[in-house]
Design a protein around this ligand. Sequence first.
Ligand code: ATP
Ligand code: LTN
Length: 334
Amino acid sequence: MLDGKKTLFSGMQATGNLTLGNYLGALKNWVTISDEYQTFFSVVDMHSITVRQDPAELRKRARMLLTLYIAAGLDPEKNCIYYQSHVSGHAELSWILSCFTYMGELSRMTQFKDKAAKHADNINAGLFTYPVLMAADILLYQADVVPVGIDQMQHLELTRDIAFRFNNIYGDVFTVPEAYIGKAGAKIMSLQEPKKKMSKSDENPNGSIYLMDDPDTVIRKFKRAVTDSEASVRYRDEQPGIKNLIDIYCACTGKTPQETEREFDGKGYGDFKMAVGEAVVSVLKPLQDRYKDLSGNKDYLDGIIKANAEKAQYLSNKTLRKVQKKIGFPEKIR
Ligand code: ATP
Ligand code: LTN
C-alpha cells in the first residue's frame, strides 16, 4: 500500500504489433481502473526474448509499446510506465522464485505448450521459466491487482501459489495478488478463425486488427471476417464468428449483447460487419492521433523513461532486500 492506494501491476510483451485483442482485453481496462491504484505498467522486453528477436526491431517495438501505453490514456506522471530490462530486480527475484517453483507446475502451463509447439526449433529454458519472471514482476511491487486478459489466468494462479509457498516458509513477505479480468473484451478471437484468440504473433494478418491499421484496412478486415450461414445476429456459442463480432462491438460501444441483438434484428451480416468496423475505427482513430503526436516528442519520452525506471528501481529494491534477507543472503557492507 503506497499513498493509501492499493498497488496494480501489469505488462505486455514487445513482440509484434498490438492487436485489438490486446487493447480491449488489457490496455483499455488499465486506463479505466488506473486512477484507483498506485500503478506499474511495464513493457516486458525481457519476456520478449523467449522467442528469437531482431535487436533493432525489438528496440523499436519496445518504444512503440511504451508510447502506446501513454497514447491509450495512461498519464506517465501518475502511472509508472517503464521497461522491465531497466530494473535489475526483475531478473534477481526471478532467480530466487525459480527455486520455489516446480518443474511439474511449469510443464502444465498452456502458454508454454502452445509456444513450444510453435517454436519447436527453439524450446529454450527461458520459455519454460517465463511464468516465474512474470511472478517476479508482480511480487516485486507487492501488487494487489493484476489486470490481464483471461488467457493469463493460469500464470496468475501460479504467481499466487508461489507467493503462498514463500510466505508459508518465511512469513508475510509477499502480497498475494488478484487477477482483474475486464467484463467486455476478456477474450477477442481471430477474425479468420473465431475459435482461436486474436494474437499479435498470428501469421495471417487478416485475423487480427492492429492498433495502427488505417480505417480502410479495418473495414476491409471486418467485411472479410469469417461468420456462418445462420444469417442472424445472435449471441450464442454455436455462432462463434458472430459472437466475437458482438463482443468487439459491445467493448467499443458500451452496449450489451442483448441490445446489439435487438439493434440488428432482421438485418444482414453486411450491415452488422460495417457497424462493427466503424465502431472500431472510432476507437482507434484518437489513439492513433495521440500516438503520432507523442512519438515526435523524443525528449519528453526520454524524460519519462528515465524518471520512471528510477522510481521502479527504487521501489522494487525494498521488496528485493527483504527477500534476500529472509532467505539468508549475507548483507552487503555499505
Ligand atoms: P503473442 O501472440 O505474442 O503471444 P499476445 O497477443 O497474446 O502475444 P501478450 O503480450 O501475450 O499478447 O498479451 C498482452 C495482454 O493482452 C495480456 O493481458 C493478454 O491477456 C491480453 N490479450 C492478448 N490477446 C488477447 C485477446 N485476443 N483477447 C483479449 N485479451 C488479450
Ligand atoms: N505474460 C503476460 C505479460 C506479462 C505480464 C506480467 C502481465 C509479463 N509479466 C506481469 C501481467 C503482469 C502476457 O500478457 N503474455
